[in-house]
Design a protein around this ligand. Structure first.
Ligand code: ZN
Length: 310
């Protein structure tokens, strides 16, 4: 795996990046992924980027573990609807008088957001964009949801046959190669008066956990701050009518005229990054030692397995 694709900043279009660090994780062995900061706006992102096929390989290693942890058929509703109950607290005032909800869930995962909303509304017309096969089956057969079998990161707007009152993009934007394309399509998919709930992790909380081996992780391409998050959305005409900027930050967005916001967060974010890297230096060094040992062990074991099969 080699990171050498130099893309423009997703927020301000600049090509001027400065290295922050390289992330390491046991799922990707000795590979390291470069994290950089845009010196114009302060956007933290993977730069240069890996090739598409490398990302596919990383995702294939990561997601089966994630879905194994949270199996679709889980009965424990307290657990499976926990984050969607939080979302409901935010959106209820705007939708409580609605009998029919047209909802689009982008990257549904197990489909639990739609399952939860089905309990809240008399009628619901739900569409999910999801490629994980077991989830697709659950969404279609158990929940009666229309499934669009397309990569979220591609153009899917022409696959929709209606506009929506509510669009969900939760913990997904930070994974996407084309966040601009996806935000643009969300704006286009909203019906008049429709709202989009978008949630991402907040990079300003970088100082709360090991940095190189935990906060920065292989499946995340971008690390948004409140400013870069809002700038990206407003560029495509999405403005928050309600928002919160904790370690998980979210906005409930409505569509208005597009507006370009200049962000100059570089110095502030650089300091946050540097302080966090310093604070967790020893823990990160120790974690990297463990990752290296584990990777050596796996290499040796594979050598033996391969020689056995000869
Ligand atoms: Zn930038």
């Amino acid at each position: 795996m080699k990171a050498n694709i130099k893309v423009r900043c997703e927020i301000c279009d600049s090509l001027s990046f400065e290295k922050v660090t390289k992330l390491r994780h046991s799922t990707i062995g000795f590979t390291s992924i470069p994290i950089s900061i845009c010196t114009q706006c302060g956007f933290v992102t993977v730069w240069p980027r890996l090739r598409d096929k490398d990302y596919k390989a990383i995702n294939q290693m990561w997601y089966p573990k994630k879905f194994k942890k949270d199996p679709i058929n889980l009965k424990d509703e307290d657990y499976k609807f926990k984050k969607w109950r939080k979302m409901w607290d935010i959106i209820e005032p705007f939708f409580k008088d609605k009998k029919l909800l047209k909802v689009l869930d982008i990257g549904s995962g197990q489909g639990w957001a739609l399952e939860f909303l089905q309990k809240k509304f008399e009628y619901i017309e739900a569409t999910a964009i999801e490629q994980w096969k077991p989830s697709q089956e659950y969404l279609m057969n158990k929940l009666g949801v229309e499934v669009i079998d397309k990569d979220i990161d591609s153009s899917w707007i022409n696959d929709l046959n209606k506009k929506y009152d509510f669009v969900i993009l939760r913990a997904t934007l930070e994974h996407l190669k084309n966040p601009n394309l996806v935000i643009k399509q969300i704006q286009l998919s909203l019906d008049k008066g429709g709202l989009a709930y978008i949630m991402v992790p907040n990079v300003e909380y970088i100082g709360n956990q090991p940095v190189r081996t935990d906060f920065f992780r292989p499946v995340h391409l971008h690390y948004f701050s409140p400013e870069t998050f809002k700038a990206l959305c407003s560029k495509w005409g999405l403005f928050p009518i309600k928002s919160e900027f904790g370690s998980e930050m979210w906005g409930l967005f409505k569509s208005k005229k597009r507006k370009y916001i200049t962000v100059s967060n570089y110095l502030k974010q650089k300091k946050l990054n540097d302080d966090a890297l310093k604070k967790y230096k020893l823990v990160d060094d120790f974690n990297i030692l463990k990752i290296n040992l584990k990777s050596i062990y796996i290499k040796i074991r594979n050598l033996f397995i391969n020689s056995d099969s000869l």
